[in-house]
Structures are given as structure tokens and as C-alpha cells.
Design a protein around this ligand. Structure first.
Ligand code: MLT
Length: 264
């Protein structure tokens, strides 16, 4: 992985291939490796930039509250440091989608296309936000284990949970190795993220919305609503997948991404 210091933090990132830059924005509490199958497939035709966001993977850790806007600012600064001077395609899964929405809001003219996977446009309810703040304190005391126990059953389709221990283990390993301070910082940041539903109608770049049919975190119905609200969006539901579509159904996701990217 390469590294680049932006906004006071060292970011580690993959930068492979050439052509249209495609930025892959990972979910929580994960790193670029949730995109491994996509990095492999897309970098044959495109320049794939897949960072570990502030706090995650091999990037430097920030102990304060890390808001979605700050993560979007880091992506803009990274692209600037890499001298990317043309609009990029950006794909964000779940928390990565929250960041991609903020990127669109602040740096929309730099987007040639947007891919939203298994994400939400609404803010947290007061109850969910309070639960995140409680979990942040718990993780700081006990480490990531309680969060992993809480998230694992909701991340995958039932058949994947039952029959693909390799995928489940890989993801748990990443979560277990995530710095507890970064987990707490991002939990606080997600708890205070804004509702962006009202801005969906203004998104005017080509957009692809993808959801796993069994996604328990950002449901298919909810993602369908997002796709309906964005005038330029196409919608794809992937059967037999939960929240982690990129890992559960890499073949389908890669095919959809390539087909979409080829139109940009
Ligand atoms: C994610 O996958 O990034 C998280 O589930 C997002 C969230 O907790 O809202």
C-alpha cells in the first residue's frame, strides 16, 4: 500500500490501474480489503484508489469524533495530493456511502458517477445514536469484541453466515484489528451524521444503487426509496446477499460496477 499525509493524518491506500479514477470507500469498522475482489476486477480497466480511511486499516488513528464530512474532506485532499485532476467515480458501502453523500455535497463537480451500496440516507434515531455512544464507551473499555458480536449476525445473509466461514472470519479479523479509539471516533461521527434524504433529488450524476436482498442494516426497501429519489439512479438488488455485497456476491457486484463504469 502507498501512504500520503493529508489533513494531518497518514492515509494508507491502494492505487492500481489506469484510466478513469474509481474511489472505493469502505464501511465500518473495516478497511480497503472489503473491496479486494473489486480492486482486482476494476483495476484491469480503471485506476482504482481504495483508501483506509482515517483510523482504519493501516492509516493513522484520530481519537476525536470523526464525522462523515471530515472523511469526505480527507478523500478530496487525497485526490488533490495524487494530482487527480478529472472527475472520479466513487463507490461507498454503508459508512462509505455516508461519506460519499458528503463528498457529493461538498465536491459534487468532482464526481463523474456515484455508486451507493448498502447504505442509508436517514440520520440515526435518538435511540440508535444513544446506542452508538454507549457502544463507543464499551469498545474503549473492552476492545472491539462486543461490537463484533453485535454486528456479525447483521452483516451477512443467513446462507453466507451458515456456509461461508471464510468470509465471516476474514471480516471479523479486520474488525478485531481495528483500533478501539478509531471505532469510538467513527461511532460518534455516525451518531451525529445529518439526514441527507432531502438532497437525493438534487443528485444529478449517473448513479447506481446496489443492495443485498437480505441486508438487515440498510434494507432493500430503504435502498429502493433512495434509488427512486435520485433522478439519475439505477437500482440493483442482489439475491442471496446481506449487507456485505462486495464480499458475499463479488461476481454480481463486479459485473454491475463494470457495466456502469463503462457508460461514464
Ligand atoms: C457499516 O457497514 O458501515 C455500518 O453498518 C454502518 C452503520 O453502522 O450505520
Amino acid at each position: 500500500m502507498k501512504t500520503q499525509t493529508v489533513n494531518g493524518i497518514e492515509l494508507a491506500f491502494v492505487d492500481e490501474g489506469g484510466g478513469l479514477p474509481v474511489v472505493l470507500v469502505h464501511g465500518f469498522p473495516l478497511d480497503h480489503s472489503m473491496w479486494n475482489a473489486q480492486i482486482d476486477a476494476l483495476s484491469r480497466r480503471y485506476r482504482v484508489i481504495a483508501p483506509d480511511m482515517r483510523g482504519f486499516g493501516r492509516s493513522g488513528v484520530d481519537q476525536t469524533t470523526v464525522g462523515m464530512e471530515r472523511l469526505a474532506d480527507d478523500l478530496a485532499a487525497l485526490l488533490d495530493a495524487l494530482e487527480v485532476r478529472r472527475p472520479v467515480a466513487m463507490a461507498g458501502l454503508s459508512m462509505g456511502g455516508y461519506v460519499a453523500f458528503q463528498f457529493w455535497r461538498k465536491y459534487g463537480s468532482q464526481l463523474a458517477g456515484l455508486i451507493l451500496l448498502d447504505t442509508r440516507s436517514v440520520a440515526d434515531s435518538a435511540e440508535v445514536a444513544a446506542g452508538r455512544l454507549e457502544m463507543a464507551e464499551r469498545v474503549l473499555r473492552e476492545g472491539p469484541a462486543p461490537l463484533i458480536d453485535n454486528m456479525t449476525p447483521r452483516l451477512f445473509a443467513k446462507t453466507v453466515l451458515d456456509s461461508r466461514p471464510d468470509i465471516v472470519d476474514t471480516l471479523q479479523h479486520v474488525m478485531l484489528n481495528t483500533d478501539r479509539r478509531a471505532i469510538a471516533a467513527a461511532l460518534r461521527g455516525m451518531a451525529e451524521r445529518p439526514d441527507v434524504t432531502g438532497m437525493l433529488a438534487k443528485i444529478d450524476c449517473p448513479t447506481l444503487v446496489i443492495v443485498g436482498q437480505e441486508d438487515a442494516i440498510s434494507t432493500s426497501d430503504e435502498m429502493h426509496e433512495i434509488a427512486r429519489a435520485i433522478p439519475t439512479a439505477e437500482f440493483l438488488e442482489i439475491a442471496g446477499s446481506g449487507h456485505m455485497t462486495t464480499m458475499e456476491k463479488p461476481g454480481e457486484v463486479n459485473a454491475a460496477l463494470l457495466e456502469f463504469l463503462d457508460t461514464l
